[in-house]
Design a protein around this ligand. Structure first.
Ligand code: 4AZ
Length: 231
């Protein structure tokens, strides 16, 4: 997260960390006690056996004496969208070996209705433990930044010549630069009015002037989520 501020897991209790051999590598969102939403591009090279999900912790390393231990679960199934190709259909479902215990620090996110669209300019918030600057390192403490939904016209202009799929992608950022998701935030939640509207997907660098982040549009995948999970 670039240009944001520290926050706490009780403010964003649906936020999870995906770790590979105990190293944070992506964000994810709890959508039922046993199902988690993330980005397909987070699961192209890692072996399932080394992946864990951590919930209920503001910090990656639980350095704070006051912080309860994270709830850690193993991933037993990864469902990547069959249409995933590098930048598009960047969505995956993860099933965990045992349900997360829901409490003030671990909660299920609200999903949008199928086809729900956000108007350009709408305030959205992205959270994660990712880099705090382009080519930077992960943050030990969860961070948040407020962005605005960017119109498809402005988004295509910013990311040209890369095509933007209006059905499956949502652009959000700050064209003045300085605020964005970044490496390590991928797979994590973008929320608006307490609804999970996006999954951190990609961008050209991080927080560059005239640019915008690209998120997977969750409302397009509402029925896909139900088909695979019953949620
Ligand atoms: C990444 O490398 C990444 N500016 C994710 C999101 C953004 C940039 C990079 C958005 O995973």
């Amino acid at each position: 997260i670039v240009g944001g501020e520290p926050t706490t897991i009780t403010m964003y209790p649906h936020q999870l960390s995906v770790a590979n051999k105990n190293n944070h590598n992506c964000g994810a969102t709890l959508i039922s006690p046993v199902w988690v939403l993330s980005a397909a591009h987070c699961f192209t090279k890692h072996s399932l056996t080394h992946l864990t999900l951590r919930g209920g912790s503001t910090t990656l390393k639980s350095t704070s004496a006051k912080e309860p231990p994270a709830e850690v679960r193993n991933i037993i199934q990864i469902i990547k969208h069959t249409s995933f190709n590098q930048l598009d259909y960047d969505i995956a479902l993860l099933k965990v070996n045992a349900p997360f215990d829901l409490n003030t620090r671990v909660k299920v996110a609200n999903l949008p209705a199928a086809g729900f669209e956000l108007q350009p300019g709408t305030l959205v918030t992205v959270t994660g433990w990712g880099a705090t600057m382009e080519n930077g390192t992960a943050s030990d403490v969860l961070r948040k930044v407020n962005l605005n939904v960017i119109s498809y016209e402005e988004c295509e202009q910013a990311l040209s010549p890369i095509p933007i799929n209006k059905d499956t992608m949502l652009c959000a950022g700050n064209l003045k630069g300085g605020k964005d998701a970044c490496q390590g935030d991928s797979g994590g939640p973008l929320v608006s009015n307490n609804v999970l509207v996006g999954v951190v997907s990609w961008g050209l660098g991080c927080a560059r002037e005239g640019n915008t982040g690209v998120f997977t549009k969750v409302s397009h995948f509402r029925s896909w989520i139900t088909e695979h999970t019953g949620v």
